[in-house]
Design a protein around this ligand. Structure first.
Ligand code: GRF
Length: 213
């Protein structure tokens, strides 16, 4: 069975969705950069090893990333899953896990990379919003797209209402993407293009076309 390590910084609802899903993978560990992350307790309650690598105790980004990589590698994961992990990673770190690290971002990338996506989506007048799972590359929130889900922006929406609508989809598509990866149906080509095994469609989900497949 494949092994995954999940990185979190906070609430951990995506982590929980992954723990609840049948992904054909075992969660070897959960690691947080934030000692106060609520998700740590959830992981421990579920019997998953949960570690803290507090970024504030390191002098610089490379030192933190090296310690994080050492903790990850101890668990020999097939896949590293960023689930609400709120640290910018160094290029060295990103390169180390190239093609085996996924992130979820609460917007339809390439729209709204970065923070406050729901507020910015509302302010822009967008009628469609959503979330994206992508492979992690050096460009923040710009990696090759694996799967997206769209939701409508409704009249009278607040940031909280829109975020909640998007979160439901996050919890659906992230386990899906991890399952594909663990089944060997999803790979990142040397050309940075995502390749799917044929017939990788799921009802109601927008999937990037199998370019070059
Ligand atoms: C999610 O919306 C995720 O997409 C974003 O941060 C939020 C984390 O939520 N990067 P949770 O910790 O998974 O509940």
């Amino acid at each position: 069975m494949k092994r995954i390590v999940i990185l979190i910084s906070g609430r951990g609802s995506n982590m929980e969705a992954l723990l609840n899903a049948d992904m054909g993978a075992s969660v070897a560990a959960v690691i947080s950069n934030n000692p106060a992350a609520a998700g740590l307790a959830t992981a421990r309650q579920r019997g998953v090893a949960a570690a803290i690598i507090d970024h504030r105790t390191f002098g610089d980004r490379p030192a933190f990333d090296a310690a994080l990589a050492a903790e990850i590698d101890r668990h020999e994961p097939d896949l590293v899953v960023l689930a609400g992990f709120m640290r910018i990673l160094t290029e060295t770190f990103v390169r180390r896990y190239r093609g085996r690290m996924l992130n979820i971002h609460p917007s339809l990338l390439p729209a709204f990379p970065g923070l406050d996506t729901h507020r910015r989506a509302l302010a822009s007048g967008a009628r469609i919003h959503g979330c994206t799972v992508h492979f992690v590359t050096a460009a923040l929130d710009h990696g090759p797209i694996v799967i997206q889900a769209a939701v409508p922006v409704l009249p009278g929406d607040t940031e909280a209402r829109l975020a909640a609508r998007v979160l439901v989809e996050e919890h659906r598509i992230y386990p899906q993407a991890v399952r594909w990866y663990c089944e060997g149906r999803l790979t990142l080509g040397a050309d940075d293009i995502v390749r799917f095994d044929a017939a990788r469609t799921a009802d109601g989900v927008l999937i990037s076309p199998p370019l070059g497949a």
